[in-house]
Design a protein around this ligand. Structure first.
Ligand code: GUN
Length: 283
């Protein structure tokens, strides 16, 4: 039976070192500040934004949420981004996704100053990520790499298979895994014979958002299985992996909840601190 990759425990350990880092920055007059722009009433976004706020409060990081109405114009959002880009007190900035249909998400994200782009979603920072010369990393992908590092799971030469090609998880994680010398495949909804490919994975990551889609017969004996999915099913949270059955075959596996989720918020705060240090010439 596979051992648990305990993201919750690692996140809480990292949280302690982050809060002492924030305290020491403040002693030197450096104040990390994260601004989150949330447009409209997407219920999942409200939950994410609230959990970031709680974490920021706990660490002593200032966070301001700009909650804009669902009918906000793109022009007004761009103007707000311009003003936050220009404000030296704002060290990190993100636009919560999804945005309402009248707003072009690409145009809005591109407007964020790459030096404040805490999600690593601007074209400049995505380019840097694929060059292997990045100063910011997307939080979920960074959290997964940290989890593997913590349990001393080396990616060199491993067959890493990522199911899901989102800009937020799948694609940036592929870049970070390549940096760690894994051979990386990204699978998606058009992939033929998905199970044949997942079965070849030494490290299998699923980030699709489809409850328990990864079954035991899709996983190689002894694989490391990372589940990024958070799905509500019959009133409980389940991942993209059929946890109980897959655990029987895996060497290591993340639970849902308590696996990747807690690391995502933790690493977002870590990225806020990284950007703040860089803006103050401390990196
Ligand atoms: N919506 C869901 N996850 C994310 C994320 O990581 N960043 C942003 N900007 N929006 C999201």
């Amino acid at each position: 039976m596979g051992e648990i990759l305990d993201g919750k425990k690692l996140a809480s350990e990292l949280g302690e070192s982050l809060s002492s880092e924030v305290a020491s920055l403040k002693l030197h007059g450096v104040n990390p500040k994260l601004c989150v722009i949330n447009i409209g009433d997407d219920p999942a976004s409200k939950v994410y934004v609230a959990s970031k706020k709680r974490k920021a409060d706990r660490l002593g990081i200032k966070q301001v949420v700009y909650q804009l109405p669902a009918d906000e114009t793109e022009e007004d959002v761009l103007e707000l981004i311009d003003s936050l880009n220009a404000d030296p007190e704002v060290t990190s900035l993100m636009v919560q996704l999804p945005v309402p249909p009248q707003i072009n998400a690409d145009r809005v994200i591109e407007r964020i100053d790459p030096e404040k782009d805490v999600d690593c979603l601007t074209p400049a920072n995505i380019g840097r990520l694929w060059e292997g010369k990045h100063f910011v990393e997307p939080a979920t992908a960074a959290g997964i790499i940290a989890l593997l590092d913590h349990y001393q799971i080396d990616l060199t030469g491993k067959n890493a298979v990522i199911v899901g090609r989102s800009n937020i998880v799948g694609k940036p994680l592929a870049a970070l895994m390549l940096e760690r010398n894994a051979s990386v495949s990204i699978l998606h909804s058009h992939t033929r014979n998905l199970a044949e490919l997942t079965k070849r994975a030494d490290v299998l990551v699923c980030a699709v958002g489809k409850a328990e889609m990864i079954k035991a017969d899709m996983v190689k004996e002894g694989a490391v299985v990372i589940d990024v999915g958070i799905n509500r099913q019959a009133g409980r949270l389940v991942g993209d992996v059929d946890f109980a059955a897959v655990r029987e075959k895996a060497a290591w596996i993340t639970p849902v909840p308590g696996g990747v989720g807690p690391l995502t918020v933790e690493f977002l705060m870590e990225e806020v601190i990284k950007l703040t240090r860089r803006q103050h010439g401390l990196d």
